[in-house]
Design a protein around this ligand. Structure first.
Ligand code: IPE
Ligand code: IPE
Ligand code: MG
Length: 245
């Protein structure tokens, strides 16, 4: 089984899980949080260096007020209950997205959790909150434009690396594997820059049902993929260096 250095997950299907069980949507989100807790532990044990979870998108602000409120409440509870685990297991918390849009008390809890876990080095857990990749790219473009306008940066000197350095994910390597649950085959405004060469894995399983067995299946499939990054298979195997005669 191959272990990706960075695993990113679009955790989808909480609402449908609840519907299937004749429960309100918020019950699905509550079960979804339990899945998060167990997957975080499993990834840490497997030696995955970076785990990034899409928890709340820029577009999710448009959901009914009651659902948004419930999600914010669950986020606050999750942060409080996970603190101990993060500290004892060496997990560093990071956040990406427009954090200033979150309710102030949540923003404060997040800030504290990020600061308290800053020295941890066994796994980086990144939560994408109020996150939309287009918004991230626009903010990055603005940051670069401001530096160019002030004369600090020459427009011609902007390259891939400069651009990546002003994204929310600066210092985080690009994901090796992206998992999306619930059968939807789309990216939904997640990490558009960073997913350029990521292996994509889609499963019908709804997020509350995504367990260790499902994770193993995804990692096995990842191990079967050949990542070529635009090169030929022979180059990847090092065969191009062999004597052609
Ligand atoms: C994912 O589950 C959680 C969030 C987007 C916050 P959904 O709530 O999108 O569940 P479905 O897609 O309606 O089943
Ligand atoms: C993507 O799920 C966002 C998160 C998992 C947080 P959505 O349920 O919001 O995506 P769409 O609307 O199906 O594309
Ligand atoms: Mg959904």
């Amino acid at each position: 089984m191959a272990i990706p250095r960075h695993l990113a997950i679009i955790m989808d299907g909480n609402g449908r899980w609840a519907e299937n069980h004749h429960l309100p949507r918020v019950s699905g989100h509550r079960r979804g949080v339990e899945t998060v807790q167990s997957i975080v532990r499993s990834c840490r044990e497997l030696g995955i260096g970076y785990l990034t979870l899409y928890a709340f998108s820029s577009e999710n602000w448009g959901r009914p007020e009651e659902e948004v409120g419930a999600l914010m409440g669950l986020l606050g509870q999750f942060l409080k209950s996970e603190m101990e685990t993060m500290l004892t297991r060496g997990i560093r918390l990071r956040v990406i997205g427009e954090i200033r849009r979150l309710p102030a008390p949540i923003g404060q809890v997040l800030e504290e959790a990020v600061a308290r876990t800053a020295e941890n080095d066994r796994m980086v857990l990144t939560l994408a909150l109020s996150y939309g990749a287009r918004n991230e790219l626009v903010r990055a473009a603005r940051a670069l434009a401001a530096r160019v306008a002030s004369g600090e940066l020459a427009a011609d000197s902007i390259d891939d690396e400069t651009f990546a350095s002003v994204l929310d994910t600066a210092e985080i390597p690009d994901p090796d594997l992206l998992i999306r649950t619930s059968g939807e085959m789309r990216i939904s405004n997640f990490l558009l820059w960073q997913l350029a060469y990521t292996e994509l894995y889609f499963t019908e399983t709804l997020w509350p049902d995504f367990d260790d067995e499902q994770l193993q299946l995804a990692l096995k499939e990842y191990g079967r993929r050949q990542r070529r990054f635009g090169l030929t298979a022979a180059q990847i195997h090092g065969k191009d260096r062999e004597d052609p005669h």
